[in-house]
Design a protein around this ligand. Sequence first.
Ligand SMILES: *Cc1c(COP(=O)(O)O)cnc(C)c1O
Length: 392
Amino acid sequence: MKTSRRRLLQSAALTPAAAAAATRTASSPSTIYASLGIKPVINGVGVVTVLGGSLMPPEVVQAMEEAGRYFIPLPELQKKVGARLAELLQSPAAMVTCGAASAISVGTAACLSQGDAAKLRQLPARDGIRYEVIQQKSHRSGYEHQMEMCGAKVIAVESREELEAAINERTGMMFFLNKGEPLGKINAEEFIKVGKARGIPTMNDAASDATPKENLWKYTKMGFDLVIFSGGKALRGPQASGLLLGRKDLIEAAHPAMSPFGGIGRGMKVGKEELCGLLAAVERYLKVDHQAEWRELEARVTSIRGALKNAKGVRTERVVPVIQNEVPHVDVHWDEGALGLTSQQVSEKLMASDQPIHVQRAGKGHLHISIWMMRGNEHEIVGRRLREIFSA
Ligand SMILES: *Cc1c(COP(=O)(O)O)cnc(C)c1O
């Protein structure tokens, strides 16, 4: 009781700044970015690293601020935060990394070294290491370098037969790209089954797939040995944070592969602020009323579609992507020739607005607009601006 009251008072003291940060809109000036000559943008792309990931809610900022006021033994904090996360996320074990990409690296290092300290130290040298990582061709993610830097050689397969045939005494890991499941010939369950039968650890990169929240335990329960999420995407944790979940022995093997230890991941530093920030983000995420959030997203979709209702030659559509970023989006379609406007031109006009608006060009006469990272009434600004562009 006493502790929670003190925490409450501490948080009350922090609330004004945190609240201001949370409610400030893109139109009100940001002193820090203005002083650097950076213009904040309206994010119609979604949770992407290049625009800053997501925005941390006040609880997360507050946890980072509090964490930053004390010295602590960092490896002990990492262990305790991991244990708490494991409990919250119904995983045998968990650890915080400095992003999903870093989780791929330290997870790969754990699989390749198999908990052997000498093997871990020698990476990326391959002598005596089971260095081959098998991946379906359609599951190439662009993050292969994160495995290769550990000495891994990525072997591409397509069918179950090819997968079975590719496994040999050099195989150290099997990599699965969660969002790639519909594109591959081997689904998650079959992939896991082969891994288990042949004694090869499986890793599932589900970085952008934390919606719905049940996904946070779905894949570990399915049987993947390691599962990865980005901390700075849907979870709204620190941008430089990630989650590595899964088998206890592998998480224990991954710890010494990362900062502050001198392994291959020494350059992947996770500070006390990220550790406490990501924990606070996960705690919040599990409590948030996701249905209410979903209704808010639907309202934004309806608002943007409504703004374009009378725009001639323009058709809008509500779209919920499968697996990755599984939340409502707005797609805008038109005939480029008929309107004399290309996707590129519309996107450039949006970027040239008073408040630059970034959206994804999905093809000819096709914009894909993500609305879940918009703040306050930004969706109205986007709807208005699109209407102006299309009716000009
Ligand atoms: C975003 C993403 C990553 C990288 O995540 P970071 O947290 O930025 O390191 C890795 N894999 C997939 C599939 C992603 O979408």
